[in-house]
Write a protein that binds this ligand. Structure first.
Ligand code: BG6
Length: 484
């Protein structure tokens, strides 16, 4: 199966923070892969803009190195990389001053799609937005892309939204949550709304509970100073897990269009009950042999920031009243594995008797690695000797079903940047969604602070603190295993 690539319109993309870590690891290699895929027109130009004193050639050398390191082994030696680099340039700019802006103005061309990627600290968003207006770089059609963290709490997110709104219309602002760019996350919508099979069962009457797990094996070493002020709740739950929860729980939007989808996601966030603090478990990873523990990684020996969080929450609306949602995420866990599992209720009556055991259908949507969707169904164990039941997976793993090309899907950043160029905001967060998500997480975080809550230690390579298992056991349920 060969995937169809539709080239985008010619564009000028300016990356502020063009020499930063995100640009190096994700944005530039992602753009290169789109170039290799034939999606980038001849007339596309990418301009790095940052404080470092570089010229065009210096930047091209920097980008070439980034692509060799993070480009996923794409054809770097056959001339393709050289051709791609010809589309790149660099301007030294001072976000808070006047230097470089006139030159940048001279580089962007009239009449083309124009996008500015703010890959910088949020404290610079206001300055950049102001300079873009002052130096006549911003047009009514231009787009700006901003990264998480989008605020630290509700108040700071409101301030950021207000700052951007002074210079740009909401339709020009693309707030990235890279989880929305993951292939399987979008497939989740295709499965839900493209099939008759699931939607009638997608409610509290048939769904016992839903589990969302985003487990990582990495620690926070190297980014401890950011992470220690953030923790798993702000770094992962407020955004990535919340977005997954929205997509799984939302009502069918009227159309697959930006505001139809985002209106439905917002309704889910607003229908979330406040979380009972007894239903939250926080953890911190311990040292393991030579591997440092969280506190060493964060360089804060008394840190009470969580590197793991598990919680139970409820959505108070007609569809979901009574169905708990369990969310968990953490660093240095047993495996890198992200999964959403929809666990259906037991059949109302077992004609096979109690010795047949308890069997439940589970729809598992595997985000990474080994993307795919599996439906666990109950069948008879083959062979004589009576009716014994077993659970087997109906496997819709993409690589098997769609052939080798399926493994070659664009990574989240590639897809999202191309959506910016196309002007499609469906997979980007709207300002009111971000604020609603903070309004839900703020009281929990404030509660930890006032109670002086200390996270529970957990072993590297485990599934998190035992209390997280208890969160499920108390309800007669259990987490699915974290498997690579
Ligand atoms: C980022 C978080 O947004 O997502 C990181 O800041 C986390 O802490 C990362 O490691 C996980 O992304 P992915 O795509 O590797 O699952």
């Amino acid at each position: 199966m060969v995937s169809r690539v539709i080239p985008v319109d010619p564009f000028d993309l300016v990356i502020f923070g063009g020499t930063g870590d995100l640009a190096r690891r994700k944005i530039l290699p992602g753009l290169f892969r789109r170039y290799c895929a034939g999606q980038m027109p001849e007339d596309a130009r990418i301009t790095g803009a940052a404080r470092s004193d570089l010229d065009d050639d210096g930047y091209r050398a920097f980008v070439a190195e980034a692509i060799r390191e993070f480009g996923g082994g794409r054809a770097c030696e056959d001339g393709t990389l050289e051709q791609f680099l010809q589309r790149l340039g660099y301007v030294t700019v001072d976000a808070k001053g006047e230097a470089g802006w006139a030159e940048l103005r001279a580089r962007v061309r009239p009449g083309l799609v124009r996008a500015f990627y703010f890959s910088v600290a949020p404290s610079l968003f206001g300055d950049l937005a102001e300079r873009l207006r002052q130096f006549d770089l911003a047009t009514d059609q231009c787009r700006i892309v901003v990264e998480k963290p989008f605020g630290h709490d509700l108040a700071s997110a409101r301030t950021l939204n207000a700052t951007l709104a002074r210079h740009f219309d909401e339709s020009q602002i693309y707030r990235i949550d890279h989880y929305l760019g993951k292939e399987t996350v979008q497939n989740l919508m295709a499965v839900r709304f493209g099939n008759m099979l699931f939607e009638p069962l997608w409610n509290a009457q048939y769904v016992d509970h839903i589990q969302i797990t985003v487990a990582e094996t990495v620690g926070v070493g190297g980014r401890g100073s950011y992470y220690d002020k953030s923790g798993a709740m702000r770094d992962m739950v407020q955004n990535h897990l919340m977005q997954l929860l929205c997509l799984i729980a939302m009502e069918p939007p009227a159309r697959f269009e930006p505001d139809s989808v985002r209106d439905e996601k917002l309704k889910v966030i607003r229908a979330l009950d406040p979380v009972d603090w007894h239903h939250v478990v926080r953890g911190q990873y311990e040292p393991d042999g030579d591997q440092p523990g969280y506190r060493e990684d964060a360089e804060n020996p008394r840190s009470t920031t969580e590197s793991f969080v598990a919680l139970k929450c409820h959505i108070s609306n007609w569809r979901w009243a009574g169905t708990p949602f369990y969310l968990r995420t953490g660093k240095r866990l047993r495996a890198r594995a992200s999964e959403i599992a929809v666990v259906f209720k037991d059949a109302p009556h077992s004609i096979f008797g109690s010795e047949a055991g308890r069997h439940r259908n589970v729809l598992s949507i595997r985000l990474q690695p080994n993307e795919g969707i599996t439906l666990g169904v109950t069948i008879k164990e083959p062979g004589p000797g009576g009716m014994r039941l077993i659970d087997v997976p109906l496997d819709m793993s993409f690589a098997d079903a769609l052939g080798p090309d399926a493994a070659d899907v664009p990574d989240a950043y590639e897809r999202l940047i191309m959506d910016v160029i196309r002007g499609n905001q469906t997979l980007f967060m709207r300002g009111d969604e971000v604020e609603a998500a903070w309004a839900w997480t703020d009281p929990l975080i404030a509660g930890w602070e006032t109670r002086g809550d200390v996270p529970k230690p957990y072993d590297t390579g485990s599934s998190g603190p035992d209390d997280s298992l208890m969160l499920m056991h108390r309800d007669g349920r259990k987490w699915r295993e974290i498997r690579p």
